[in-house]
Design a protein around this ligand. Structure first.
Ligand code: GDP
Length: 204
């Protein structure tokens, strides 16, 4: 399904707008500016499908994408759905914005049986930050399996990547829902995308 065109299904600002559960879902989460839209667009090979999320105060929605060509008369379900979760950690975000994010995301995480894994994106230059820790806490609490994906690895020295992976592996040890294997990617250089696709394909 990675080779075919993908389509935007809908943006979900509140639980009542969620599409019915069906195909296995995988979701992407990360701080604003972590490179989430770039990674989704690189994976789905479609520029502009996922839009950058770092505008302060922007509507917070879970954005659903599926491979094109399903539904309609045959009502055939897509083999997978990708969910772009709203970015978090914007420095100037007011408290009610953060609360709304947590409410939306936690209700989704807690209640979604078809959600197979969350890919939690971490900027290779910054590593795991306090608000990433908080989100990992939410994921642990919701018992949703999540896997760390380092982004923008082209921005650090190649020799630094194994060290960063090691440090990150240590950092997730006490998180029960964290998947032990850490992926490292660069959307810009096309690095690590095949490994990520393989992880996703194994969940579909
Ligand atoms: P989002 O807010 O998480 O969706 O982040 P974006 O995908 O919009 O990316 C934020 C910024 O990081 C943009 O200026 C991108 O061009 C840049 N960026 C994203 N991925 C990469 C990458 O792999 N390498 C480099 N060097 N820059 C990247």
């Amino acid at each position: 399904f990675f080779g075919q065109p993908w389509v935007f299904v809908r943006g979900v600002p509140a639980m009542k707008f969620l599409p019915p559960e069906g195909p296995p879902e995988i979701a992407f989460a990360g701080r604003s500016n972590v490179g989430k839209s770039s990674l989704i667009n690189a994976l789905l090979a479609q520029k502009g499908l996922a839009r950058t999320s770092n505008t302060p105060g922007r509507t917070q929605e879970l954005n659903f994408f599926v491979p094109d060509g399903y539904g309609g008369e045959t009502a055939e379900l897509p083999p997978i759905a990708v969910v772009d979760m709203p970015g978090y950690g914007y420095a100037k975000a007011p408290k009610d914005h953060v609360d709304a994010w947590t409410k939306l995301v936690f209700s989704y995480l807690r209640g979604r049986a078809s959600l197979k894994r969350v890919f939690l994106l971490i900027d290779a230059r910054h590593g795991i930050k306090k608000n990433d820790e908080e989100v990992m806490g939410l994921l642990d609490k919701a018992a949703v399996s999540y896997q760390i994906v380092l982004t923008k690895t082209d921005k650090i020295k190649a020799t630094g990547v194994p060290k960063l992976i090691e440090a990150t592996a240590l950092g997730i040890k006490r998180h029960p829902a964290a998947f032990p294997r850490i992926l490292s990617t660069s959307s810009e250089k096309g690095v690590g995308l095949d490994e990520l696709k393989a992880e996703i394909a194994a969940l579909a």
